[in-house]
Design a protein around this ligand. Structure first.
Ligand code: MN
Ligand code: MN
Length: 471
């Protein structure tokens, strides 16, 4: 007997339909609210790692390998959490890797200056931003300042109603006649992205000397920074100060169906993998396979440095697991047997820019987490390319659990593309694929996700971590 046409064709399911029951709807919005709180509060890798560590410790993770539930962070910017499974490490771990850094505007090391009655900060942007999106929006400052004494000052300013915000002023249309016909890449210049910090001059007491009248606005800003945070200009050399979009994430749409907020690439995956891992830790049951979560830094600038995916931190952590739990097993054995999800968001099919996508292979809002078999661009250069056997296994466990998912690549061939941390895990020989919720207006100060996709992605991460192997 031949199969019905509908049995042979495949269309991704709607996460809204799969999770339409009242129970799921309630759980979906409760998760969405916790998620919005998380991304409203965590706007830098520092804050993300600190909050993740707090959540994990509250759930019983600690620094004692004998407990089988370990969390460790490095330089305050990368974090690994692990829950020991029943099976030996030699049979592989289940790893979810996400990144805690996001595109933003960083202060230069010598940022402060005054010109034309305004005190400003020079900046150097971080990651792939579209410069024009950052002009004339309220910005908050999030920073980490280390004084000569070694004391650290964590600084957040501009997130509460009673605090001032900051801004990069855009050009008025009346004077933009030349700019509007320029190429976008030339019209908005990085060296004009200076953050306005103040305008009122410091009272120059006495004013005997001309010298004291210079830079009085900058002097005022320095005084206020000193009053509030006890820092001085030289302290900024050993500081990282980030200008990020001010204010909380919130629901978007009459139906509260979407979440709008900064940094959903990739704090959605950070938060959802934390929730999935912690939820299972709370059951107290030992998992079949060792469950591991890593939050990396510097993904947005090529995974470089001591805290990025190209660093040895993850490897060192696995070596320590082996030393404590399974000294006779070699590192290569663990890596070769492991399964990983490079948990990262995907650019959603944009209703206004349909011509840049290829519809059959695009990620649609509401169709659940998106798998990307291969990343890279222009002939798959610099791609991780997940193995069909691994994708088959993932399909099996997700379909069995009834979790909706979709498969896509980013944009039309030769138009789109991009890389993630997947390739650095693939180097170890482990199975790895990119998976995360689709995002509209990705890398913008106000990214959009679907509440249903956030929920479905959480379900997918849970299934990935907990499903006993069927190989
Ligand atoms: Mn990302
Ligand atoms: Mn990104």
């Amino acid at each position: 007997m031949t199969k019905k046409r509908n049995d042979l064709e495949h269309h991704p399911k709607s996460a809204w339909e799969v999770y339409s029951s009242n129970t799921h709807q309630q759980a979906m919005h409760s998760l969405a609210q916790r998620y919005m709180k998380f991304i409203s509060q965590c706007k830098t890798e520092w804050e993300t790692v600190a909050e993740a560590e707090k959540m994990l410790k509250a759930a019983g993770f600690n620094d004692d390998y004998a407990s089988g539930m370990v969390v460790r962070s490095f330089k305050g910017k990368t974090l690994l959490a692990v829950r020991r499974g029943r099976r030996p490490l030699a049979e592989g771990i289940r790893l979810i890797a996400a990144h805690g850094d996001t595109p933003r505007i960083d202060f230069k090391q010598h940022p402060l200056y005054e010109d034309a009655a305004v005190a400003q900060a020079k900046t150097h942007y971080y990651g792939g931003i579209r410069k024009h999106q950052w002009f004339s929006i309220p910005l908050a400052l999030h920073g980490h300042v280390v004084k000569e004494s070694g004391e650290t000052v964590s600084l957040v300013l501009g997130e509460h109603e009673n605090e001032p915000v900051f801004a990069i002023a855009d050009l008025l249309p009346h004077l933009a006649q030349k700019q509007v016909v320029q190429k976008l890449s030339e019209a908005f210049q990085a060296e004009k992205m200076n953050v306005i910090l103040g305008h009122q001059p410091l009272d120059a007491q006495g004013e005997e000397e001309e010298e004291e009248n210079k830079n009085r606005v900058k002097a005022h800003v320095l005084k206020l920074l000193n009053d509030r945070f006890a820092i001085k200009e030289e302290d900024l050399y050993s500081a990282e100060i980030h200008a990020v979009p001010a204010g909380p994430a919130r629901y978007v749409g009459l139906d509260n169906s979407m979440i709008g907020g900064y940094g959903q690439d990739d704090r959605s995956c950070v938060f959802l993998s934390l929730e999935a891992l912690i939820e299972q830790a709370k059951t107290g049951e030992t998992p079949e396979y060792t469950q591991c979560l890593i939050i990396w830094d510097k993904e947005e600038i090529g995974s470089e440095g001591a805290t990025g995916a190209k660093s040895r931190f993850f490897e060192y952590c696995v070596e320590d697991m082996l030393a404590h739990w399974e000294p006779a097993t070699r590192l290569s054995q663990v890596m070769l047997a492991s399964k990983a999800i490079s948990a990262d968001v995907h650019g959603a099919f944009d209703p206004d820019y349909q011509d840049l996508h290829e519809k059959l292979n695009s990620a649609f809002l509401g169709s659940g987490p998106t798998f990307t078999k291969f990343t890279g661009s222009r002939g798959k250069y610099e791609a991780n390319d997940a193995h069909p056997a691994y994708i088959g296994w993932l399909r099996r466990i997700l379909n069995q659990a009834g979790v909706p998912w979709q498969m896509a690549e980013l944009g039309k061939v030769d138009l789109g593309g991009g890389g993630t941390v997947a390739m650095y895990l693939a180097n170890y020989g482990m199975d790895v694929i990119d998976c995360g919720p689709p995002v509209l207006a990705m890398h913008s100060p106000f990214e959009l996700t679907s509440v249903a996709d956030i929920y479905a992605t959480y379900q997918a991460f849970k299934v990935f971590l907990e499903t006993p192997d069927l190989r």
